[in-house]
Design a protein. Sequence first.
Length: 375
Amino acid sequence: MVAVVGLAGSALACGSSAERGGMPGSAGGGGAGASVLAGSAGTASASSGAAAGAGDISAIAGGSAGKPSEAGAGGSGTSGDSAGGTAGAAAVGGASGASGVVSPAKDGKETISGPYEPPPEATLQPGTPVALEDSFTYDSSRVFPGTSRHVVIFIPEQYMTGTPVPFLVVQDGDEQLKAYKTDVVLMNLIHQRKLPVMAALFVNRADNGPQRSLEYDCLDDDYSRFILDEIIPLAKMRHPDLKLTDDPNGRGALGKSSGGPAAFTLAWRHPESFRRITTFNGSFVKLCKDGRGANDYPGLVQANPPLPLRVYLFSGDGDNGGFAAGNQALADALEAKGYSWRFVYGLGSTHDNHYAASLITEALLWTWSGYPLEP
């Protein structure tokens, strides 16, 4: 368990345990069921098919807004441990209690201290069904030609063929599988009926250097198009009976370090496609070498009407240079604009994976709070 040092805004029942603006709305459903899909393996080629929503934005479900301006700069809202997180027009979620995902963690900022231990859900529990994991290499990208990366399509054993299913796009997929055991955590939480039956796309980086930063740290639309136009259609092509929901409320993105801004950008540029965002040690600083970087997000959030997003942030006093301040600035901006947000600040924590990995269960439950457990 992680010790609670202080909570801003509301009390928490203690939890255990790495860039792109657009929008039109879409609707669908979330699903569940029982059976397993057969997968194929090997090297995948680019698939054809339209993305699930794209382009400039005009209106969103639950309100209207113009395209998020990329000209906004600087500024953030109230800071520190006085943050509380009510959502207003930007609320994401649905029913809670027995019919929906329940999170013991509350909105707002919380300061915690160690020990930072893996949650029990990171170990496969007795009786938990093992998910299908279709593992392959994707080396035929049109958006990022010449790159090659590992992809894993996660389909829980409980999935009922052909029913709409919520899903999560995970950046730096190999790291999440190895250091966070995110697939195992999902298996356990689904079996325990704490999360809905949901799929996941674990998409690894092409490298751990310039290409990763180009894809993750810059605010252009390239990486979002890569996910929407290539990876999601590819998952559908490899598994024709896997019906990934079109409902943006049932689509999430998760990332650590530079993967954090990449996840945030998917929702910022495409709230018609993604609305639930989980970030650990997010690099909301200037790392992009070619264009605007994630350090601009606090100003962009402040300068634009609120989007219907739900955003989880983690950083700490030993994080990489400027990362904690960047996360705080984004949290301040999210609070000022009325978003649903949570920022966990870890005392004695660094950029090492095991600190954030100790919060994977809490983060998933908070991010998906309110989402129906049944279709």
